[in-house]
Ligand binder design. Structure first.
Ligand code: DC
Length: 220
């Protein structure tokens, strides 16, 4: 069994790297943030206030989340193309504060990790979701570089982007994700810290692949 947990704040390149590494080692890639994003999207669509625990509980009871061929499905609808906006980033961060929401996402995540070898990416995988993961990595990068990466991502996707606004939102989301009561973003004591500020994407992928190989003895 091989479970690779990759945690860290937004914009560190976690998703791209986790995906590439999963492909190299033949592992399943699981993006837990996509589940919080899908729930944030549903709350926005249905006018459910993320601070209203009872309303969110009602919503969760009627919600299914699935990964089908790498795409995120919310109640059977492929929402992958709708959940990468700044608005949904904040909605996801807001709704992820609630313990009932985290319990739902944790259940789906743990089930997936029990059936296959995975690279799972998020904020609390190494601390809470799979604390006994064979490989734990905590990725960071400076706030400026992370905001710039988000900005470039949005532009590349043909979306509107305002760097100053993204920088402020990045800081707000970091603060919120690191200061919530339940499973805040933090490095697990036994996670390897990887600062990606000065790494190219290729260097970053190689660094993670080397770590996996040296810890597990598996080659890519
Ligand atoms: O990784 P991301 O940017 O797609 O995550 C969106 C939000 O979801 C993030 O701001 C906080 C929340 N999240 C979380 O609380 N725990 C996780 N394991 C993954 C994401």
């Amino acid at each position: 069994m091989l479970r690779v947990a990759i945690d860290g704040p937004g914009g560190t390149g976690k998703s791209t790297i986790a995906k590439a590494v999963a492909e190299r080692f033949g592992l399943e890639y699981i993006d837990t943030g996509a589940m919080y994003r899908a729930l944030g999207l549903k709350a926005l669509r249905n006018g459910v206030d993320a601070a209203d625990e009872e309303a969110v509980r009602g919503m969760l009871a009627e919600t299914s989340i699935d990964f089908v061929g790498g795409q995120t499905h919310l109640d059977g609808e492929d929402v992958s193309g709708l959940i990468r906006t700044n608005e949904i980033s904040m909605a996801a961060s807001n709704i992820s504060k609630l313990a009932i929401v985290r319990a739902k996402v944790d259940e789906v995540s743990r089930h997936l990790a029990s059936t296959k070898d995975v690279v799972m990416e998020g904020r609390d995988i190494g601390t809470t979701v799979i604390p006994d993961a064979e490989v734990k990595i905590f990725m960071t990068a400076s706030p400026e570089i992370r905001a710039k990466r988000r900005y470039d991502q949005l532009l590349a996707a043909g979306k509107e982007a305002d760097y100053e606004k993204i920088f402020k939102e990045t800081q707000q989301r970091d603060y919120q994700d690191s200061h919530r009561e339940v499973s805040p973003l933090r490095q697990a004591e036994d996670a390897v810290l990887l600062d990606t500020s000065d790494m190219t994407l290729e260097e970053n992928i190689d660094a993670v692949a080397d770590l996996i190989s040296s810890i597990t003895g598996r080659s890519a």
